[in-house]
Write a protein that binds this ligand. Structure first.
Ligand code: AMP
Ligand code: ZN
Length: 112
């Protein structure tokens, strides 16, 4: 999608602090971290949110979770939280599927 911030980040058109990259997935540190470790994992292909995942495009989601397991292990993160906000009320501000990975501090439950 030409006017999508995360499509541009995945394509290298907007700079980001890369954590991981392969053919289908890109991970980068959040510009406004909410924990000592806070990065985002996105599919390179544009999917608007979890609400747009279908049997046809779901393969990348399993891959994203494998990437999360690998990257957190490499960073030495044993405990962390994976979050995806869907829609305005849940706080989604960028309409390109992304999974927040947050760690390095105590977390509360339920989340706000
Ligand atoms: P959400 O609000 O759940 O849609 O998450 C979007 C996240 O993207 C927020 O945590 C922002 O801080 C982060 N963000 C926005 N612009 C950038 C950027 N240029 N580089 C890295 N992270 C960004
Ligand atoms: Zn996009």
């Amino acid at each position: 999608m030409s006017d999508c911030l995360f499509c541009k980040i995945a394509a290298g058109q907007i700079p980001s602090s890369k954590v991981y990259e392969d053919e289908t997935v890109y991970a980068f540190y959040d510009i406004d971290p909410q924990a000592p470790a806070h990065f985002l994992v996105i599919p390179k292909a544009h999917i608007a949110s979890v609400a747009e995942i279908t049997p046809e495009n779901a393969t990348v989601v399993a891959h994203i979770f494998a990437v999360i397991a690998k990257v957190t292990h490499n960073l030495g993160l044993e405990s962390y939280r994976v979050v995806s906000n869907i829609g305005e009320q849940a706080g989604q501000s960028v309409s390109h599927l992304h999974f927040h990975v947050l760690g390095g501090r105590d977390m509360t439950w339920p989340p706000g």
